[in-house]
Design a protein. Sequence first.
Length: 338
Amino acid sequence: MDTSLLNPLHPAGTIPEIHLEFPDNRLLIDLCGEFDRNLTQIETALEVQIIRRGNQLALLGASDSQARAAEVLNALYARLEQGRPVEPGDIDGQMRMGGASDAPPAGASQLEMFSRGAVEVRTPRKTVEPRTAAQKAYVASLFKNELAFGIGPAGTGKTYLAVAVGVSMFVGGHVDKIILSRPAVEAGERLGFLPGDMKEKVDPYMQPLYDALNDFLPSRQVAKLLEDKKIEIAPLAFMRGRTLSNAFVVLDEAQNATTMQMKMFLTRLGEGSRMVITGDRTQIDLPRGVQSGLREAESLLGHIPKISFNYFTAKDVVRHPLVAAIIEAYDAADAQTG
């Protein structure tokens, strides 16, 4: 680290620049991004100035901002050395996670990754990495526990990460099938007025689950697995009377399950299966006076060992930044009226 130059952005002029040197100029180009867009993203988020000088990057700003930016840049460069891409989402994730590089070595097992503090989910189409501490704890709990709950606002990756883990475990031979379900609450009595057979009526409500699957598996493979019943996507009502063995089971939008539906679903858990329940308590669409099964499950099951509850907040939103601001505004309004 070269401290020969003083930081002109500091009022007292006493904080030295941090100089980072990167030996591979090709990787440095990828680190900076097209038109230095990656550097701009880091500058904006961490309130630093990054100046490129040959194969070095000079960091100017407050000392804590310099240190954080240095950690992020070094971690991103380490990703590139491992042959892994650096996209805007990866940069955002590194900044949220503090910049520490805990990337697992090539060929590391899931157990080895967790033992060294690293978490990622490998699927045929992409490798998924948690971008916040809450997401990291959630993914780890999905591999560790037979029954896990993910509760929090939209955009925090609850369902997406659950489906990713399901695909990873299916491809790895840990389960024989994937079962994805949602309550079709929005349909209600109107379902019978929609055109088509039952599958055509309910598919629009299942579309987010199809979208997640297609992110992790080739579309032809998804179609084949659906045809062979290795993947099932069905409304919650279709689970009654079944025992779900050797399966990875996800119940999405669980806040819209009634108490009886939730009990019915939870008691479907069979040998060799994993079950994940995801929901957002602020988006309950049940009729007035009908209790959410998700709320009751929280109060009844929180003390049972091997059942994990993971909670997300607006800080864990990984969609457009405005989504987090919108959620925080509604939360603040609810707090005032509550």
